[in-house]
Write a protein that binds this ligand. Structure first.
Ligand SMILES: *[C@@H]1O[C@H](CO)[C@@H](O)[C@H](O)[C@H]1NC(C)=O
Ligand SMILES: *[C@@H]1O[C@H](CO)[C@@H](O)[C@H](O)[C@H]1NC(C)=O
Ligand SMILES: *[C@@H]1O[C@H](CO)[C@@H](O)[C@H](O)[C@H]1NC(C)=O
Ligand SMILES: *[C@@H]1O[C@H](CO)[C@@H](O)[C@H](O)[C@H]1NC(C)=O
Length: 404
């Protein structure tokens, strides 16, 4: 018995050593499995490179790494995806479909929606995944047939199955589906931690806030609690600044701004200002308003933006408190805080989270690429691209999301 064990042990060692030397002297293997982040607003694809030990999130359209999750059907029957779909959306709004992922696994009945969508709710997602697969195939100069995909933690089994189906439509076999917060934790290498860690993942995007509490131990991830707010995100912060500027315009010119084009143009500037104010303390808006025949300009400080959104920013803490309550933990039990989603770039949001935990959140990875990076790392692990044994397994969870 003991003898058999030793033989077995040394043959495993031999295999490991062979693998080690092969890795050292053979040309670097090409990534075979891609990681796909099919996001509600943006989607991206990445690959893990074993030798460098890093992830490339690939350019999909021009030099954009992530493309809007938007599909459009032109009058001539052409299918447009991502930035191409957004570019024509003003002229063809009825046939431009945003937020394709929300359709997954849901029965859609509205009559005016395009035929393809009625028949196959997941076809839209398939079209986006197909665009990502092509980008990866171009980058890797070869066919791409396998993927790992991330989905929202609250997706049920049916929605996960539909996600797989959507990928199959795009010619991809899905080897594993993982939760977005788990992917974000993977991006920070938390699967390599040996002791038990409690990780809070805060995902604040354009329109939704999701908070998850994960246990991570020896590469095993377990979701302990989830809470969120489906009506809080970057768009709400924009709206506060919009209302303020509309008031200023009314006061200055005695005219309400109602022209659709002008409002759209103002909103685009507001989005740009919000982004600039994450690094600058103040900036100047300058926008031509054709309905008033005037160029409107106004200085906007970061402090003003924060004052306008004070109550909304504080709301970010509510689901954080809820997940801690749900598992009877305190903030001191949390080892790592991972931020995901573009709106977590807002300095005030980061500051409030850091003050609450009395600990700096991890922000070294671009919050918009964290999920794509993590799902690509999972793809690398499954593809055996890691030296020796690194694992990352997600245990199924029964917890229900708390909606605020
Ligand atoms: C693949 O993508 C990486 C990361 O963006 C880039 O550095 C590389 O040049 C691309 N390769 C090809 C062949 O497009
Ligand atoms: C999802 O797919 C699995 C494997 O194909 C199947 O066993 C399971 O019943 C499906 N679940 C639902 C809810 O469709
Ligand atoms: C935002 O920043 C960019 C790049 O720094 C600059 O070109 C642009 O003018 C700025 N916009 C505003 C409204 O401040
Ligand atoms: C995250 O940030 C904390 C506090 O700054 C730090 O101790 C920890 O090492 C960081 N973890 C990772 C994975 O970057």
């Amino acid at each position: 018995m003991g003898y058999t064990f030793i033989v077995l042990g040394s043959s495993i060692l031999a295999v490991l050593l062979a693998g080690y030397f092969a890795q050292k002297y053979l040309p670097p293997p090409k990534p075979k499995i891609v990681g796909i982040d099919l996001g509600t607003t943006y989607s991206c694809v990445g690959v893990y490179h074993a030798v460098r030990g890093t992830v490339d999130v690939l350019d999909v359209q021009d030099d954009h790494q992530c493309i809007p999750s938007v599909v459009a059907f032109s009058e001539s029957g052409q299918i447009l995806v991502g930035y191409d779909a957004v570019a024509q959306s003003e002229h063809n709004p009825a046939n431009t479909l945003y937020d394709a992922k929300r359709f997954i696994g849901k029965v859609y009945t509205e009559a005016e929606i395009a035929k393809a969508q009625k028949q196959y709710p997941f076809k839209l997602s398939g079209i986006i995944i197909g665009t990502l697969r092509e980008a990866a195939a171009n980058n890797l100069s070869g066919p791409v047939t396998k993927a790992v995909m991330s989905v929202p933690a609250e997706f049920n089994q049916l929605q996960r199955n539909y996600t797989r189906k959507a990928a199959e439509l795009a010619g991809l076999e899905v080897l594993r589906v993982i939760n977005e917060p788990t992917a974000a934790a993977l991006a920070y290498g938390l699967h390599n931690k040996l002791g038990l860690e409690n990780v809070v993942v805060v995902d604040l995007g354009g329109g939704t806030l999701d908070v998850s509490l994960l246990n991570v131990q020896g590469g095993m991830f377990l979701t302990q609690a989830m809470a969120g707010n489906n009506r809080l995100g970057g768009q709400d912060f924009n709206q506060r600044l919009m209302s303020h500027l509309k008031k200023v315009i009314t006061q200055r010119y005695g005219d309400h701004l109602t022209d659709k084009e002008d409002l759209q143009s103002l909103l685009l500037h507001v989005e740009e200002i919000k982004i600039n104010l994450t690094k600058d303390k103040d900036c100047e808006i300058e926008v031509w308003l054709h309905s008033l025949g005037k160029t409107f300009s106004e200085k906007i400080t970061r402090t003003l933006f924060e004052d306008l959104n004070r109550d909304l920013f504080r709301k970010v803490l509510e689901p954080i408190k809820k997940v801690l309550e749900a598992v009877e933990m305190t903030k001191d039990d949390i080892n790592e805080i991972v931020l995901v989603g573009g709106s977590t770039r807002i300095p005030k949001v980061r500051q409030l989270i850091a003050e609450f935990f009395e600990k700096e959140p991890n922000t070294s990875i671009d919050p918009e690429l964290a999920v794509a990076s993590g799902v690509s790392i999972q793809a690398g692990i499954i593809g055996g691209m890691w030296p020796l044994t690194v694992s990352a397994v997600e245990l199924p969870t029964q917890v229900k999301k708390i909606h605020l």
